[in-house]
Design a binder for this molecule. Structure first.
Ligand SMILES: [Cu+2]
Length: 294
């Protein structure tokens, strides 16, 4: 069969479009199974699941959960239903829309507590903390500045987690110092989720190590903590999961940029570099001058 040229071009274009959509689209598969383990450090849960037609035969394997609060919530033994989402790169897949079900796979009346993570643009509640000097500080103290917040515990033995967060924040601190205007319009805040051990004195000593012994640096970088109840609320708001395990705390990473108007500007959970954080922080800080009658 010979097609008129115009029709041939049309069909070719449609085929090309279909192929490119097929490659760029993320795909979703329904999953049902039982949670048999979890690893808060990686934000993964291991699920023993049935056949997932078109994706995977029945087996037990770890899945990253998109929302870290959900990994915190579900427990081994829970029966769940979820969507496996496969990204453009098929080796990149994760779980979304996780629901706890009964034996027969029906969603139970009580799903996991709705994660209350703040979305970008949301106003940040005014949490109170105690800093390295034993002084009460509030997030609202930094209103008008771009505020970069992260969470650590000082005893963390995993080089890629808390020590990396602190050493990269130190790098940002040092770089910002070179530009007094940015320095004056920004602030860093490291929050410990281990208040029992990380007292103000411990945090002060820890902070000084990252400030090269310069206590003056605390005027731009606070190390703080608060009571366990407020920590839970803070962690939920900022999508951080942590859990005591013996003498250690297994946890995820969360870095949040709070804009000068006290709204969430951006989150980072896994992939980030100090340069990227600093650039976003500087951008937010420089935006403060605009629209304020300057
Ligand atoms: Cu850590």
């Amino acid at each position: 069969m010979r097609l008129p040229k115009s029709q041939f071009i049309l069909i070719s274009a449609m085929l090309l479009l279909t192929v490119s959509i097929g490659c760029n689209r993320t795909r979703k598969y329904p999953l049902q199974g039982e949670v048999v383990g979890k690893n808060l450090a990686t934000g993964e849960i291991t699920v023993n699941h049935g056949d997932i037609p078109g994706f995977m035969p029945a087996m037990a394997m770890p899945y990253r959960v998109k929302d870290p609060a959900v990994a915190q919530e579900v427990q081994p033994g829970d029966k769940i239903a979820a969507e496996v989402v496969v990204g453009k790169d098929p080796s990149d897949y994760w779980l979304e829309d996780v629901r706890i079900t009964d034996e027969s796979g029906r969603v139970q009346a009580k799903p996991p507590a709705a994660p209350q993570m703040l979305m970008p643009g949301a106003r940040v509640p005014d949490f109170a903390l105690i800093n390295q000097d034993g002084r009460k500080i509030r997030l609202s103290d930094f209103a008008g500045k771009a505020l970069l917040v992260t969470f650590i515990y000082t005893r963390c033995p995993m080089p890629n987690f808390c020590p990396r967060l602190s050493s990269q924040f130190a790098r940002i601190q040092n770089e910002l110092k070179k530009n007094p205007e940015d320095y004056g319009k920004s602030h860093l805040l490291t929050i410990s989720f281990d208040p029992k051990y990380d007292t103000p004195a411990v945090l002060r000593k820890y902070g000084l190590a990252y400030l090269d012994g310069d206590a003056g640096g605390f005027s731009h970088w606070d190390f703080a903590s608060t009571n366990p109840t407020d920590l839970r609320r803070l962690a939920q708001a900022f999508g951080l999961a942590y859990q005591e395990e013996g003498n250690q705390i297994s946890h995820t990473m969360s870095i949040v940029l709070i804009a000068p108007d006290s709204t969430v500007a951006k989150f980072w959970f896994t992939d980030w570099t100090w340069a990227e954080l600093m650039e976003s922080l500087q951008q937010a800080a420089r935006a403060t001058g605009k629209g304020e009658g300057k």
